[in-house]
Design a protein around this ligand. Sequence first.
Ligand code: PLP
Length: 386
Amino acid sequence: MRREIYLDNSATTAVLPETAELMHTIYVEEYGNPSSTHHKGVEAERRLRTAKKTLAGILGCSEKNLIFTSCGTESDNLALIGAARAHCRRGKHLVTTMIEHPAILETTKYLESEGFEVTYLPVDNSGLVSPQQVAEAVRSDTILVSVMHINNEIGAVEPVAEIGKAIKEKNPETLFHVDAVQSFCKAQICPGKMNIDLLSASGHKIHAPKGIGLLYIGDRVRIRNIIFGGGQQGGMRSGTENVAGIAGMAFSAQKLYRNLDQELEKLYTLKQCLIDQVLEIPEVYVNGKTGTESAPHVISLSVKGVRAEVLLHALEDKGIYVSAGSACASNRPHVSETLKAIGLPKELLDSTIRISLSIFNTQEDIDDTAAALKEIIPFLRRYTRS
Ligand code: PLP
């Protein structure tokens, strides 16, 4: 079989084999409904409790602060719509940034259609929003601020702890939501210590399956449910719990979190090594910050004179998988709002690929990818410029 190098880990990750094994056991043996009162139900309920305990330990919170959803998108929707509906009498203003994932930006668009007002903050050319900018945008009627922790396209790491502090100093009643889908288990995040009221995470970005998400809801934070039904999870998210997915998410999270410092060091080393090699190619640029000021796993590369789609497929021919801009939203071609927001020159908007690493990647993957880029880029340039 041809060797494959998977470098699209911000889109999704491979499930850890041990996680898949655990989930298999739950699917075929411990398949009870956690709401059932017989043994099978109790067994499933125990799986839920164990998973919650693990995830609460990672986030440094109580188990009662956690709600399971179907994905990061649902967590983001529940946080924003749930908070907006619960606090609309106090105010109708929200603040976010121009580089959020569509799970946030499409939700704020929906809220605008419902009569809410949204301020979209610009970012600097590294993709960063400053705590002062956020504080200046917060008003007495601002009910919620939503800022992502790690940007999915360029790997910018937003200063969420400082932003949380600035928000609460300006208006202690304003809720702070953090989309941590790209940072959970890839950076330290502790909502209780960072003035974060709501935090979203997703299983499939951390070597757990698709179809499972998490929302942290701080103590005394009031939001309304957006799904109605049998009243599971205290009525906050009705629907029979995805027990295998929940257990799988907790298991993978624990595995990653246990060796987090070591894994991060490895990822930063691999990332820097790839950057050093690709910057030897003329007119190739790395977007955003590098080193530990950036995400450990995301590299955004602009390649002058080569269309991203063409480069992506040329790499694919060699068994190397990357994405053009951000492929995690949909397969509709679109110009990236994030790349526009960081002021990338027009001619590079369509020439930017995202390479995203995981703990499974090796030095050999990096060297082979760099060698492939060194071979392909001059070839494609000759082809497109002739
Ligand atoms: N938020 C960010 C920052 C993301 O990168 C993604 C997915 O790529 C999401 C939200 C949506 O997560 P999910 O795919 O689990 O719905």
